[in-house]
Design a protein around this ligand. Structure first.
Ligand code: GDP
Ligand code: IMO
Ligand code: MG
Length: 422
């Protein structure tokens, strides 16, 4: 069997969690391949809303196995909290969760460093989630990192303390503080003991063997393509490869074993944190979209910036990822708008135009828009019988034509049932 990949095509928060949970019954294994607790994937069913940060979004589907791959940076403190929250719902997960021995650990000092570096950068700050992601990946690439597998070694504490001494010097250099450090350190080591009680294993071997035996895998991306460390709006990006090849690296699955690539995008755009955003809205329309869409970060609670759908950016993401199927989320949020705009080109400061996503977004003067009449009706269960409103079909056709990829799913609410397959 091949592994399918599901990932975000914008700046994160596209609705990946909802879709993974929706699709999970069709798969044997759901695997996270990059990122860490900077992610916030929301799942809503029954009367409850769950936000997952590190646990794959297949955890609520009975019998589905879940893998935290080698490409992930794992915070054992956030991990224990997430597991304890899941326990409240009586979910059996311990035998269904596998964690890579090669995943990197986020240490308490990584979070202090994240905060100190952001402070040091001043108005150049990234708007990081302050979860220690950047410093943890920096240590991985710098070959200082501590892996999950190291927790089983005798010299684990010694190694952690050594690297933390280095971090402390760096935090001081960047002018940061250590408020509450001793307590956090104690909790960290407690959480490491807890982590040791889980299935810590060679997930690459496990996944490939399961696939050899006919088991199906869905790789769950975190963040979005425009936050990719190589291809995103650098330096305003996260520190991992969020695109399809990231799933190969972050799980140990060879490129030839990748099957379908499901690209998830909102019917409009959002971004949380700093960085360029060509279609950003600063007017009442933007405020209305943010309000109707409840656009607040699932991890930090920060308000998300809002704008119209950006096709040059979407085409770029489709290209980088090799998207086979597009999934449009939050179409319902646009129900009440008279007119919907979609950017098809950028006007450049130099006078010309481009339909490509530029290397440096500061060359863009403004976005040029194609207008679509709003559907002015409520998307609900009636659409299962009556079909989608014509204006929404027009919007979908325009996006399909512009990207060359079919939109196979339209989501009109956060719940599992609020999903139309096309
Ligand atoms: P993720 O990080 O990609 O998993 O997305 P988030 O969970 O951060 O943000 C998506 C938000 O939109 C969550 O609050 C979801 O419950 C919600 N959501 C998902 N799909 C839909 C939809 O089709 N319509 C509406 N109104 N909300 C949705
Ligand atoms: P999910 O998986 C939206 C953003 C941060 C910041 C930048 C770098 O829920 O879609 P980091 O903490 O990674 O160093 O922050 O990336 N960011 C996200 N934005 N959704 C996410 O994850 C994000 N994870 C990081 O706001 O701008
Ligand atoms: Mg999110």
């Amino acid at each position: 069997m091949k592994a399918d990949v599901l990932l975000g095509l914008q700046w994160g928060d596209e609705g990946k969690g909802k879709v993974v949970d929706y699709l999970a019954p069709d798969y044997d294994i759901i695997a996270r391949f990059q990122g860490g607790p900077n992610a916030g994937h929301t799942l809503e069913f029954g009367d409850v809303k769950h936000v997952l940060h590190q646990i794959p979004s297949g955890i609520f589907r009975e019998g589905v196995l879940n893998v935290i791959g080698n490409g992930v940076v794992l915070d054992p403190v956030v991990f224990r909290k997430e597991i304890e929250d899941l326990e409240k719902y009586g979910i059996e997960f311990k035998n269904r969760l596998y964690i890579s021995l090669k995943a990197q650990l986020i240490l308490p000092t990584h979070k202090y460093l994240d905060a100190a570096i952001e402070k040091y950068k001043g108005d150049q700050k990234i708007g990081s989630t302050l979860r220690g992601i950047g410093p943890a990946y920096q240590d991985k690439v710098g070959r200082f990192g501590i892996k999950v597998g190291d927790v089983l070694e005798e010299d684990f504490k010694k190694k952690v303390n050594e690297i933390m001494e280095q971090h402390k010097k760096l935090v001081s250099f960047y002018g940061g503080d250590f408020e509450g450090f001793e307590e956090k350190l104690k909790v960290f080591f407690d959480c490491i003991e807890y982590l040791k009680t889980f299935n810590l294993t060679e997930t690459a071997i496990f996944l490939n063997r399961e696939m050899d035996n006919g088991k199906s895998v869905l790789a769950e991306g975190a963040q979005g393509s425009l936050l990719d460390v190589d291809f995103g709006s650098y330096p305003y990006v996260t520190s991992s490869n969020t695109i399809t090849p990231g799933a190969c690296i972050g799980l140990g699955i060879a490129p030839g074993r990748i099957g379908k690539v499901f690209g998830v995008f909102k019917a409009y755009c959002t971004r949380v944190g700093e960085g360029p955003f060509p279609t950003e809205l600063f007017d009442d329309v933007g405020k209305d979209i943010a309000k109707i869409g409840h656009e607040f970060g699932a991890t930090t609670g920060r308000p998300r910036r809002v704008g119209w759908l950006d096709l040059p950016a979407l085409r770029y993401a489709v290209m980088l990822n090799g998207v086979t199927d597009l999934y449009m989320m939050k179409a319902d949020v646009l129900d009440s708008f008279e007119e919907i705009r979609v950017c098809n080109e950028y006007n450049l400061k130099s006078g010309g135009k481009t339909a490509d996503f530029p290397n440096n977004l500061s060359v863009i003067d403004s976005a040029q828009y194609h207008l679509i009449k709003g559907w002015n009706s409520t998307l609900d269960e009636k659409c299962f019988d009556n079909g989608l409103p014509q204006s929404l079909e027009d919007y979908i056709s325009y996006i399909e034509e512009q990207t060359g990829i079919a939109i196979k799913m339209v989501s009109f609410g956060p719940k599992r049932k609020q999903t139309i397959l096309r």
